[in-house]
Design a protein around this ligand. Structure first.
Ligand code: NAD
Length: 451
């Protein structure tokens, strides 16, 4: 169907008021929950085919993640939607002021391929909870999952309010020509520019969930065995194709050399002596991304890993040492299972290193020093900070998830999704009698007469 017809149909649905009642929103959220449970095998197979994800990883980072988001929304929706009272200044009394949460209308959700269920359905939870219509456009790279979503969403959700559009650049370009009331985009910064430019033509607000290079700072004096396990878990989940994965390590002082063996041990512990045979280790999404990531294997001394098999889109979990900060692996977001270690003499050098680059989506630090934590929070800027654990902050429903600067703008998850997918409408209500506002009427010179 043509993009203009699709959007016009959704606008008709919205204008009829169909999506506004809280009962409709709750029904839709429950139906989405049912989809996740009843179709878990279908989604598992699709994600296995697209990305080699294990059922356990699907259950935690994809379907389970969205189910938690739905449960949290269902528990809190009435509170989030309750009008918020505001104080009225004394000179306006008697009067009442409040903020009401108004649905936006027709929204567009464009997803990335690395978590193709989570990155389309978690924003959809916000769109539905906010009382909106939505078009969901999954990434064409995770095509089996896109096909499954296109088949399943109309079966479970209100087909007059939620549509799925499959396709890549031409289909997304056609959608972006239409006027939406909000565009929620997850993907790369260059495509973020395209989305924001298209949105600007209609003055459509955007949320941009982008990426970048997430630094992970390790100071001496921490338990390096546990540190290495946490880093390896966050880095090699989904074969490193995670926007919040640690991109590179900044190892302070002697921790650089000590970390090498700990990281190698942790990889062996989690994925065995040959990760190619591990059921828990994923694959690179496409041959183009395989070639891009495999080229990074040349950019340092291989501490562990380094194997690559194009036919199976397999790249071993790899740690690189002695990496030049100017090497290609340090110039762009890695988005794959390659972890460079950069040695720095002290925390100040680590902070300078971070601040010389684009603001990351997240910054991680393993440190025993409270002062270092304070300095990192005060002296660096990032979408989020994780002390002692990478990537997991996005599973805390009370925290906003989003970037800053080139890593994105806007946020979602939990209450923040309601903020994103509704308009905070200011309402002032002042009775006509008594007419205390007469003091404000001109001519001001006759103020006394009216008092
Ligand atoms: P991408 O920007 O290539 O694609 C994202 C979406 O945009 C896809 O649906 C795609 O079809 C569409 N698209 C691509 N080119 C387009 C064009 N020219 N015009 C219109 N639409 C276009 O990103 P990707 O490769 O799918 O994802 C990887 C990037 O996403 C990384 O930078 C990663 O860090 C980031 N990411 C961010 C988050 C987050 O939550 N912040 C999550 C996952 C991925």
């Amino acid at each position: 169907m043509n993009a203009d017809v699709l959007v016009a149909d959704l606008r008709t649905t919205f204008n009829r008021g169909r999506t506004k009642p809280v009962t409709w929103r709750v029904e839709q959220l429950r139906a989405l929950n049912r989809l996740l449970k009843q179709e878990s095998a279908v989604l598992e197979r699709a994600l296995g085919a697209d990305l080699g994800k294990s059922p356990a990883e699907v259950a935690t980072t994809e379907t389970g993640f969205v189910a938690n988001e739905i449960d949290h929304a269902l528990r809190n929706l009435n509170t989030w939607l309750r009008p918020e009272r505001s104080k009225v200044p004394a000179f306006m009394l008697p009067a009442k002021a409040r903020v009401v949460r108004e649905p936006l209308g027709v929204t567009l959700i464009i997803g990335a391929w690395n978590y193709p269920v989570q990155l389309t359905l978690a924003p959809l939870v916000g769109a539905l909870a906010g009382g909106n219509c939505a078009i969901v456009k999954p990434s064409e790279l995770s095509e089996r999952t896109a096909a499954a979503l296109a088949r399943l969403l109309p079966k479970y959700l209100d087909p007059e309010a939620v549509k799925v559009v499959k396709g890549g650049v031409p289909e997304t370009t056609a959608l972006l020509e239409q006027r939406f009331d909000h565009i929620f985009f997850t993907g790369s910064a260059p495509v973020g520019v395209i989305v924001m430019t298209a949105a600007a033509r209609h003055l459509t607000p955007v949320t941009l969930e982008l990426g970048g290079k997430n630094p992970c700072i390790v100071e001496p004096g921490v338990d390096l065995a546990v540190t290495a396990r946490r880093i390896v878990w966050g880095k090699f989940l989904n074969a490193g194709q995670t926007c919040v994965a640690p991109d590179y390590l900044l190892a302070v002082g002697q921790s650089a050399t000590e970390l090498e063996s700990h990281l190698a041990n942790a990889i062996r512990e989690m994925y065995g002596p040959d990760p190619a045979t591990s059921p828990d280790y994923g694959r690179i999404v496409s041959e183009r991304h395989f070639d891009r990531v495999a080229a990074f294997l040349r950019d340092g001394r291989v501490v562990t890993g380094g194997q690559a098999d194009r036919g199976n889109r397999y790249i071993a979990p790899t740690v690189l040492a002695e990496v030049d900060p100017g090497a290609p692996v340090m110039r762009e977001e890695i988005f794959g299972p390659v972890l460079p270690i950069i040695a720095v003499p002290d925390l100040s050098s680590a902070i300078t290193f971070v601040n010389e680059r684009d603001k990351p989506l997240s910054l991680y630090a393993f440190t025993a020093s409270e002062q270092s934590r304070r300095r990192l929070l005060a002296e660096t800027s990032s979408g989020a900070v994780g002390f002692g654990l990478p990537a997991a902050h996005l599973a805390v429903p009370g925290l906003p998830f989003g970037g800053v600067g080139t890593s994105g703008q806007g946020a979602y998850h939990g209450k923040y999704s309601i903020d994103t997918f509704t308009h905070a409408k200011a309402v002032l209500d002042k009775p006509l009698s008594p007419d205390t506002w007469r003091l404000a009427y001109p001519p001001v010179g006759r103020l006394k007469e009216r008092m």
